[in-house]
Design a protein around this ligand. Structure first.
Ligand code: ADP
Ligand code: ZN
Length: 615
């Protein structure tokens, strides 16, 4: 991929509390007051009393303003001065004799602007203190929440949202695929429906369930579906919502949440991103960790606290980082059951697609199985998005139904970003981009055994990329070989190397390629034991410190360097010895802008490989 330099970092807008805005306004006014107070005295020269009298005698003084003994004045030429006068009335007479305009302030107002600034700052501090106390009492969320529309109301105290059973539309039917996860959750539903039955037999039932999986794979959906199936209220909060600047707030929010849930039991509490609170407790790292630790401790206490059988509260937590969780969370009686929510496999993808395709007018030639085959690595959320994007694309073209082309375009958009209408390339830029992308593609085409099949190459700018080379896995990937990783490095370097050998100048466009290559090389050396350093994992610990020596650190750098140098040379060899193919592909790209794999194979005389087109 070749990228533009325009790496705008998007700022997330500040979340909610109107209190923060009030604080900013007060602070701004206070600073403004201070500014004017200072401004008032700026540019004015301090003169001695004697000089001042001389100036008056020479009729140079136009106006003066006196506040107590401080005197500010303006000369006829407009320049300002200040002086301190002796407290004699004599001076007024002299001034009157020389027709100087006089404004006399009472001494108390002399620092009025300073006072204003001071007062506002004080007000600000009082307000901060008040907020702090409010938070400590568990008052939380200044102005936030407060009964959203419909029946969803948010509890000001814990920031959690509560949904009554009548508001929960999800059931297991809303979750496509995910059979194992559903199976794992069934007895929880039985328990919530009829806790007595379990009690009579004396069966202990889990209180906490940990859903593990990457974002978008349906963890939240599953949790809501459990509530829907069990017909019980659902409390939802994100781990990060517990954490505030003030120590003790998180803990009081946890307490509050559990109290609310108990009052509505049987109920489900869903804590999304539990890793935000649930990371290992540090050993005296102090400072910012205190708040999180207190919150975590409170959570553990609450979980140990309920043994009430007829009024169960089940806690479902979600994370994609189970590795960082404090082991205490996973002990019996806490989150002692984990349920995996992985990326959907082929069959699940087809089911998810079919589920979300309901209500969308889709052409009969669209085969959902083919689409499922062509979308390995897509999460449930991206599959839903795929259908939606395809529908949007179709309606933009005034079509009545969504066809395969719309799905192709939607998939490319999700995989590669939207085609850019704003980036216009110069001829020189187009040429460099064409060689760059041809370089990426050709390296892979020359190493078919360790590379996924090529999908397409384009020099139509997409997203921030000036050009894109895309390949699609032939199958579900659960593992990658060393050679596959190495080919990925070669292919990443292929862009820049093609620029080196075919163009007059090299460009910054290879930056993200280098990042990718470096990242793979780093992982090979440090995580996968694919270097002479052997099968040791060189990973930073939770506090970002390395446990290995300075010397080892140097060796790691060296190995990464060796790997990348070797890859760079090899990439160069591949492209130089296939220079004719490189030129052919680049020329074709300049001509057609987008080339699909099936056009490239005959062009270069390479044996075609199967890839999953959607049609
Ligand atoms: P997570 O909590 O794991 O990040 P979500 O539950 O928020 O994921 O999933 C986002 C959306 O993706 C869901 O609202 C749903 O529309 C869709 N989705 C994800 N997985 C599935 C699935 N297995 N079946 C149907 N829809 C799904
Ligand atoms: Zn590139």
């Amino acid at each position: 991929m070749r990228k533009t330099n325009r790496n705008k970092r998007r700022m997330t807008p500040p979340k909610g509390p109107t209190g923060a805005i009030v604080a900013i306004v007060i602070l701004a006014v206070a600073l403004l007051g201070l500014y004017f107070a200072i401004e008032y005295n700026r540019d004015s020269q301090e003169v001695s009393y004697a000089t001042f009298l001389d100036l008056v005698e020479q009729d140079q003084v136009k106006t003066i303003r006196a506040s107590g003994q401080d005197l500010y004045g303006v000369l006829n030429d407009g320049s300002r001065f200040t002086t301190v006068i002796a407290s004699t009335d004599a001076v007024w007479e002299v001034l009157r004799d020389h027709n100087v305009d006089m404004i006399l302030d009472s001494p108390s107002s002399q620092f009025s602007l300073w006072y204003l600034a001071l007062l506002l700052s004080l007000l600000f501090m009082v307000w901060m203190g008040w907020m702090f106390l409010r938070q400590l009492r568990g008052g939380g969320g200044s102005g936030g929440g407060g009964g959203g529309p419909g029946n969803i109301f948010s509890m000001g105290k814990s920031k959690a949202k509560m949904f009554l059973p009548s508001e929960i539309k999800e059931s297991f039917e809303s979750v496509a695929g995910a059979e194992e996860a559903k199976e794992d959750l069934k007895d929880i539903i039985d328990f919530l429906k009829d806790p007595k039955k379990f009690e009579e037999i004396g069966a202990e039932v889990t209180r906490g369930i940990l859903l593990i999986g990457e974002p978008g794979n349906g963890k939240t959906l599953l949790a809501r579906a459990v509530a829907g199936e069990a017909n019980c209220p659902f409390f939802t909060i994100s781990g990060s919502d517990f954490i505030e600047v003030f120590v003790g707030v998180g803990a009081s929010r946890v307490r509050d949440l559990f109290n609310q849930a108990r009052a509505h039991a049987p109920a489900i509490i869903f804590i999304d991103e539990i890793d935000a609170v649930g990371r290992h407790r540090g050993k005296g790292t102090g400072g910012g960790h205190d708040e999180r630790e207190q919150t975590l401790n409170q959570l553990l206490t609450e979980m140990d606290g309920f043994k009430v059988h007829d009024k169960p509260v089940i806690i479902i937590a979600a994370t994609n980082r189970p590795d960082v969780l404090d082991k205490a969370l996973l002990r019996p009686g806490r989150f002692d059951r984990t349920v995996n929510v992985p990326y959907p496999d082929l069959i699940s993808r087809e089911e998810i697609l079919k589920l979300h395709a309901k209500g969308v007018k889709i052409s009969p030639d669209v085969d959902m199985e083919k689409i499922a085959r062509g979308t390995p690595g897509f999460s449930g959320a991206s599959l839903k998005n795929l259908i939606n994007e395809a529908a949007i694309h179709a309606s933009k073209q005034d079509k009545k139904i969504v066809d395969v082309d719309d799905f192709e375009e939607a998939r490319d958009k999700i995989l590669l970003g939207k085609a850019s209408k704003t980036i216009r390339l110069t001829e020189e830029d187009r040429k460099i981009t064409a060689y760059h992308e041809a370089g990426h593609a050709l390296v892979r085409l020359m190493r078919p055994k360790t590379s996924d099949p090529l999908h397409k190459v384009t020099i139509v700018p997409r997203g921030k990329a000036l050009g894109v080379t895309a390949w699609l896995p032939e199958r579900e990937k659960y593992n990658e070989t060393e050679h596959e990783l190495y080919t990925s490095i070669l292919s990443a370097l292929g862009g820049r190397v093609a620029e080196e050998i075919a163009c007059d100048a090299i460009t910054t466009g290879a930056y993200s390629d280098f990042q990718a290559a470096n990242d793979i090389a780093y992982r090979m050396v440090c995580f996968y034991g694919m270097s002479p350093l052997g099968p040791v994992i060189y990973q930073l610990n939770d506090y970002g410190q390395r446990w290995y020596s300075e010397d080892t650190s140097k060796k790691i750098d060296e190995q990464i360097r060796v790997l990348l140098d070797r890859a760079h040379n090899e990439t160069k060899e591949i492209l130089v010895s296939n220079r004719d193919k490189l030129n052919k592909l680049a020329d074709a790209l300049l001509d057609k802008e987008t080339m699909y794999a099936k056009e490239i194979y005959p062009l270069l005389g390479i044996e075609p490989r199967q890839e999953h087109s959607l049609s």
